[in-house]
Design a protein around this ligand. Structure first.
Ligand code: MN
Length: 416
């Protein structure tokens, strides 16, 4: 998953249709198809007394990581109220053969857990390792609670995803996956987890986290163990592409002239958003900026550019900021909003002193910055016209230039 073009290939579309195809799948999910255990490759081998550490080659990834981590595990759980499943990827530190600590950000899995814990009940989970690229991508869809990400995986495949019931609980997992760890998130139990090198290329602190008790492991014969190397391209793109699709749809609901969005790699695929618009009103880029901050709390900086700027090229975006932006009138700053708890420049790292962890409701408080780097709708003559050489995009020097060719510079005729 570490190249945009490979992800497009897995989806069977060109790169320019990537977000559109993902959005269509997220909007039109397909119900999963349940199969018998005998038809599920992920249950070819069933181990009820398995030792996670001895069985699986779980790496310790970064220099200061506290130990081995499962980084490509799809955590699947059921909403205790509705029974509808949720899929997310969470970092999981393996403490022993049957106990693992998990980081749950304030999203759907945590909501399920809190609900179960309020009744002093465990939450059944499955940690699925080794799925196809489309299921992996679907797991990261930014959709409301009770939208089952496995149904989005089915839509991406164009047919219902085969799932099988776990051996020790009611969770349904992709039948063709390589390895499934079945377990329970225990109520009222916390164990220390971290430090761990995360996607912003910093370590997150050692803190008390929720704990999974492992009940069983099932796997294919000769399973493949998948790990995601933290902060590298696979990690960044898995998060950024589904978010881009959701953010684009969110913005287009209010602004039909928003054309494209990109979460830059330099902005760790999460924090910096570039938006391309066909501007029709001088005030609109600032409305777009405000709407973008509402699309996902991770977004920290938004740059709005015109339709002659390629948002996938950070050099072009910087050019637009350099030549179409004035800080005294084009800058928007919002103080004290909710940001990413993994961004070390938020309150996590600042106000509470060394080693003091702020309570969850005080973590990740962040400022937001928006830059309107668009040119005026109406401008005099060529003052904001981008310089182009006619034909520069169409001509391919590889095919029109021959070595030792003789060129008649008046007619353009080429002779060998
Ligand atoms: Mn969800």
């Amino acid at each position: 998953m570490s190249q945009r073009s490979w992800i497009a290939e897995a989806m069977g579309v060109g790169e320019k249709d990537l977000l559109k195809r993902f959005r269509e799948a997220a909007d039109q999910p397909l119900k999963c198809q349940e199969v018998e255990a005998s038809q599920a490759p992920c249950q070819e081998v069933i181990l009820k007394q398995a030792d996670v550490l001895r069985l699986l080659p779980i790496p310790t990834h970064s220099e200061h990581d506290n130990g081995p981590y499962i980084t490509a595990g799809l955590v699947i759980a059921r909403n205790p109220t509705t029974g509808i499943q949720n899929v997310s990827i969470n970092r999981i530190q393996v403490h022993s053969g049957n106990r693992m600590a998990i980081l749950m950000l304030p999203r759907h899995l945590l909501a399920f857990y809190k609900e179960a814990e309020s009744r002093q009940q465990a939450l059944d989970v499955a940690v699925v390792i080794g799925v196809d690229p489309l299921t992996l991508l679907a797991s990261q869809a930014v959709v409301p609670i009770d939208h089952d990400e496995l149904e989005i995986a089915g839509a991406l495949h164009g047919r219902p995803l085969p799932v099988v019931k776990c051996q020790t609980n009611e969770v349904r997992v992709p039948a063709s996956s390589e390895i499934v760890i079945e377990g329970r998130l225990l109520p009222s139990v916390r164990e220390l987890e971290g430090p761990f090198g995360e996607f912003p290329r910093y370590y997150s602190a050692r803190e008390h986290r929720e704990v999974i008790q492992v009940d069983a492991i099932t796997h294919r014969k000769s399973p493949i163990y998948h790990t995601i190397v933290p902060a590298e391209m696979e990690h960044l793109l898995l998060g950024s592409i589904p978010r881009e699709a959701t953010i684009l749809a969110h913005l287009q609901r209010s602004f039909s002239n928003v054309i494209d969005v990109h979460l830059s790699i330099g902005g760790v695929g999460r924090y910096h958003l570039f938006v391309k618009i066909r501007k029709i009103h001088e005030g609109q880029p600032k409305n777009v900026i405000c709407a973008a901050f509402g699309a996902h709390y991770d977004i920290k900086q938004v740059v709005v550019v015109d339709d002659d700027v390629e948002v996938h090229d950070p050099r072009q975006v910087e050019w637009a900021v350099a030549t179409r932006f004035q800080a005294d009138r084009d800058l928007v700053i919002i103080q004290g909003a909710q940001g990413s708890v993994l961004d070390p420049s938020t309150t996590v790292g600042q106000d509470f002193g060394p080693g003091v962890v702020p309570p969850a409701h005080m973590q990740g408080i962040s400022a937001k910055m928006g830059l309107d780097a668009t040119r005026p709708v109406v401008y005099h003559e060529h003052v904001f016209t981008r310089v182009r050489v006619p034909g520069e995009l169409e001509v391919d020097p590889e095919t029109v230039v021959q070595s030792n060719a003789r060129i008649d510079w008046h007619t353009g005729a080429v002779s060998a």
